[in-house]
Design a binder for this molecule. Structure first.
Ligand code: PEP
Length: 264
């Protein structure tokens, strides 16, 4: 596959953390620290109630604001749910789909996730599609099969144009919030597999252009080695995104690791 420039991307998933004052403080602190970092696309995913305020904080900055989930329907009698058009209307521009906690804690199925992904695109939101295997699936040598199943079902029916709005995040379930990250070799192997799968499904040009982030216990002191993989285009960060200092250090390291063409 020919080397090309994919802009590195770092996401910060705040999960169900922060109160409103803490969220605003975190956004302000981050804004101060990333002032001169230009080489990386940065997205933060605050809790739903804080999206608008955080988006205002980053208005005119290079940081965009995403949501951690959405409902597949645009409106209606779905108590407690939040829709794509609602997110769009408060300055949200992207959404995580299929995060492991949605799959394994809330029970989102492959079908549910496919519906959410279609709804996000319909609502003009960019998508980060999270895929990844559990420890039992890895130990059972089913990592590639699981990722393939999750990709195929979520992306079924999309064309190459639609895929331009999709980033894939490889997040092994056993690495999320555990302090145990994938080794750089394990991450690169799965990222390469994902890119090859995308090439088969959407063509080589689309696969080459699609960004694939790694997520799972990414920290300032392990991100550089993870980024060394030629198919690793950035990081999706949970715990370490809750401190502006550590998140900014991760962003800086990703920026220094550079694009795939500058890595080779
Ligand atoms: C995540 O929530 O997507 C994640 C990768 O979490 P952590 O960085 O805490 O493992």
């Amino acid at each position: 596959m020919t080397a090309r420039t994919r802009r590195p991307m770092v996401g910060g998933n705040w999960k169900m953390n922060t109160t409103f004052p803490e969220a605003v403080r975190l956004a302000d602190d981050l804004k101060r620290r990333i002032g001169r970092l230009r080489a990386v696309d940065i997205v933060v995913y605050p809790p739903f109630p804080f999206i608008e305020a955080v988006a205002r904080r980053f208005d005119g900055e290079r940081v965009t604001v995403g949501a951690q989930d959405l409902h597949a329907k645009a409106s209606g009698a779905f108590t407690g749910a939040v829709s794509g058009p609602q997110l769009r209307s408060v300055g949200c521009t992207s959404v995580l789909i299929g995060h492991s906690e949605r799959r394994h804690v809330f029970g989102d199925s492959d079908v549910t996730i496919a519906g959410k992904l279609a709804a996000a695109l319909q609502a003009d939101l960019d998508v980060v599609l999270c895929v990844g295997e559990t420890l039992a699936e890895r130990d059972g040598d089913r990592t590639f099969a699981v990722c393939e199943r999750q990709l195929a079902s979520a992306l079924h029916g999309l064309d190459a144009t639609a895929l331009q709005r999709v980033v894939v995040a490889y997040e092994p379930v056993w690495a999320i919030g555990t302090g145990r990250n994938a080794t750089p070799g394990q991450a690169q192997d799965v990222h390469r597999f994902i890119r090859e799968w995308l090439a088969g499904a959407f063509g080589a040009a689309t696969a080459t252009a699609t960004r694939i982030q790694y997520g799972g216990s990414v920290k300032a002191d392990n991100v550089a080695e993870l980024m060394a993989g030629p198919d690793v285009d950035g990081a999706l960060v949970g715990g370490a995104s809750l401190q502006a200092e550590s998140f900014a250090s991760i962003i800086q390291a990703v920026g220094q690791a550079g694009t795939p063409s500058s890595k080779s």
